[in-house]
Ligand binder design. Structure first.
Ligand code: HAM
Length: 403
């Protein structure tokens, strides 16, 4: 039997209901914050991700689904959404137009990681990108948007916050950190030896327990910020305090992608095991310029939908529409016509075979219908239909016309 590839799952039945419910809530919240939907291709030039996510990141270094297509182009399935949205923004010359542009998106991302619970090779993200605002109020706003989405879904979280500095303070900090790493000699793991030369701050994110212990004494990012980054970070904390958003400061939060500066954040859940990050994001003011656009400040986040699907509390009223069934053969064509009429305004399905009431009720339940309506030969004579509301369990016989 041919099976799906490792780390690539089907989404159907109850999972699909959760998936669409999540997309509905997240899209509604993003729209309330002034964001518009954008869709970008799954396949992009490999160079886009090398230049944005960064050659030193694990994503580009080890995890890309990269191949040469029939036209001999070096292409890659997108490992994340930000790079494609930025490319579209520049390609449509919106960077030159100026102003504020806010987008949200959702869809498949691909990373060749070692699959485990909560870590897939094809997974789905919901993300937003905001272009044109330098103000730290926008950082706070996208953080509050994640919080709103999670609250509407009944999901508890912890918010971790850090600042990665900017072009002004980061170079000096890097030098300090490199001296510190050098002082650790060969006590650090081989990955950290490599990171020291490619992107030293990524060592702070190392999962190796002996490295972690050593880095407790590393110089702290937050103690090495320039005045303007420090002011922004203080202001950000103040805005979150004012809006009752709890957070923890994590000076070792550096994120796995190279494009960030200043604000970096992650939302984690204690209820889904080791892959606990449910959303992550931050500011990336240099990326647009780096991809040959006009310098434009930007901030955004992405949420991992599979991880969230485990945590979503579906409302009891998620039932929707009608299921119609016939108790006798001669009622079948009547229920097919009635279903067809209902479809003008509602979700409606029907069964083409006669069955007993219990079987129809079960089928209506499986279809997640709000109403189960059946017709037998008696109802047919009176032009009536028996209908049960599967949500509040009430039942009645009404005229077919009324239905
Ligand atoms: P990221 O932290 O790489 O950020 O991914 C965001 C979220 O996607 C994670 O917090 C996690 O929930 C989910 N995720 C990542 N990898 C996997 C996986 N292998 N399996 C299942 N879920 C996964 C980004 O992708 C940035 N583009 C976010 C961003 C947008 N920053 C600014 N704008």
């Amino acid at each position: 039997m041919v099976k799906s590839l490792r780390g690539m799952n089907d989404i159907l039945s109850e999972d699909y209901q959760r998936y669409t419910y999540f997309i509905k809530i997240a899209s509604e919240v993003a729209t309330r914050y002034g964001f518009h939907f954008i869709e970008t291709p799954l396949l992009e030039e490999t160079a886009l991700f090398k230049r944005s996510v960064g050659e030193s990141s694990d994503i580009v270094g080890k995890e890309m689904y990269q191949f040469i297509d029939k036209g001999k182009n070096d292409v890659c399935l997108r490992p994340e959404g930000t790079a494609g949205v930025v490319r579209a923004f520049i390609q449509k010359k919106l960077d030159k137009a100026g102003g504020i542009h806010r987008y949200f998106y959702h869809g498949s991302m691909f990373r060749y990681e070692r699959p485990q619970k909560g870590r897939l090779r094809q997974f789905h993200q919901f993300g937003v990108e905001s272009f044109g605002l330098e103000s730290v109020y926008e950082d706070a706003s996208v953080i509050m948007m994640v919080s709103d989405i999670l609250k509407e879904l009944g999901i508890g979280y912890k918010l971790q916050l850090n600042s990665l500095g900017d072009n002004n303070c980061m170079p000096q900090y890097r030098e300090k950190l490199i001296s510190f790493i050098d002082s650790c000699g060969n006590d650090i793991c081989s990955d950290c030896q490599r990171r020291k030369d490619t992107n030293p701050i990524r060592v702070l994110d190392c999962k190796n327990s002996s490295c972690k212990k050593l880095y407790e004494n590393a110089p702290k990012l937050l103690q090495n910020l320039c005045e303007s980054c420090n002011d922004d970070f203080t202001k950000l904390k103040g805005i979150l305090d004012e809006n009752n958003i709890d957070y923890e400061i994590d000076t070792h939060l550096v994120r796995g992608l190279d494009y960030y500066c200043k604000t970096a954040f992650e939302f984690v859940s204690d209820d889904i095991g080791s892959q606990s990050a449910i959303a992550g994001g931050g500011r990336y003011d240099r990326l647009i310029e780096f991809l040959d656009g006009k310098p434009t400040p930007a901030v955004g986040f992405a949420m991992g939908i599979e991880r969230l699907m485990e945590l979503i509390k579906m409302p009891d009223d998620s039932r929707d529409g009608y299921y119609l069934g016939a108790l006798d053969d001669e009622a079948i064509s009547t229920i097919v016509s009635a279903t067809q009429k209902l479809r003008k305004t509602s979700k409606a399905t029907c069964d083409y075979k006669k069955r007993n009431l219990q079987k129809h009720l079960k089928a209506a339940d499986r279809a997640n219908a709000q109403y189960c309506a059946v017709i037998g030969s008696n109802e047919l004579k009176d032009a009536t239909i028996w209908i049960k509301n599967l949500q509040n369990k009430t039942e009645e016989t009404i005229s077919l016309k009324e239905l």
